[in-house]
Design a protein around this ligand. Structure first.
Ligand code: CA
Length: 226
């Protein structure tokens, strides 16, 4: 799960990033509204934490532009202002939820879990399913029948993206963006290394699902017919 934090107060942004990472999320930070909008539009985030008062483009305008472009990523707005008119404005602009600073850590994490569940594909909380495979977010466990293996963080991110796309092709570029992010120096061959780790684990699980490589295009999952 990848979360974008758009917050200009650097200390708070850093605190939020640490907090989310400790919970097992991948978290990136933008310090102004313009780069925040750019990143929120990338389609690689599962949730956006959005501050209302931001330099260059405020959170409300950012959100309006994001929604006008058809983006449905869940947005949790954070603001120091608690007036009712602001909360209403945030929700009218397309925020999914609104928290007033200072907020309790537990409340923030509960909101995030709830919004991620709502955005998820399955009713089973935090789990992704494809073919005979079941991937659990809270434990990073990939299971097939009564066998299961624990994935590393990167393996989990890769597998989740592949499972959510199923038989649709995911390009290598999409995988790198989602798993390593924009500011990484990940080379293509890193992806291949991780795909090979995942293939070994799928073989161990005796899953009917296989990762297919489409040369120069990307990867997709394929379920063998038995
Ligand atoms: Ca601010």
């Amino acid at each position: 799960m990848r979360i974008l934090i758009v917050e200009d107060e650097k200390r708070l942004a850093g605190t939020l990033q640490d907090l989310l990472r400790r919970q097992g999320y991948t978290a990136d930070v933008c310090y102004d509204g313009v780069s925040g909008l750019d990143n929120a539009r990338s389609g690689i985030y599962d949730l956006v934490l959005l501050d209302a008062m931001l330099p260059e483009l405020d959170g409300f305008s950012l959100l309006q532009q994001l929604r006008a472009g058809g983006e449905t990523v869940p947005v949790l707005m954070l603001t120091a202002r608690s007036d009712l008119s602001d909360r209403v404005r945030g929700l009218d602009c397309g925020a999914d939820y609104y928290l007033t600073k200072p907020f309790e850590t537990e409340e923030l994490l509960a909101c995030i879990r709830s919004l991620l569940r709502r955005g998820g594909e399955t009713a089973d909380s935090g789990a992704t399913v494809f073919g005979d495979l079941h991937l659990q977010q809270s434990t990073f466990l990939l299971s097939c029948g009564d066998r299961s293996v624990r994935l590393s963080r990167r393996e989990y991110d890769l597998m989740e993206l592949l499972m959510k796309n199923g038989s649709q092709i995911v390009s290598k570029e999409q995988l790198i963006l989602k798993v390593w992010g924009y500011d990484s120096a990940a080379e293509d061959n890193n992806v291949e290394v991780y795909i090979s780790f995942l293939r070994r684990k799928l073989a161990h699980l005796r899953s009917r699902v296989q990762i297919r490589t489409l040369r120069m295009v990307g990867y997709c999952l394929e379920e063998a017919v038995s």
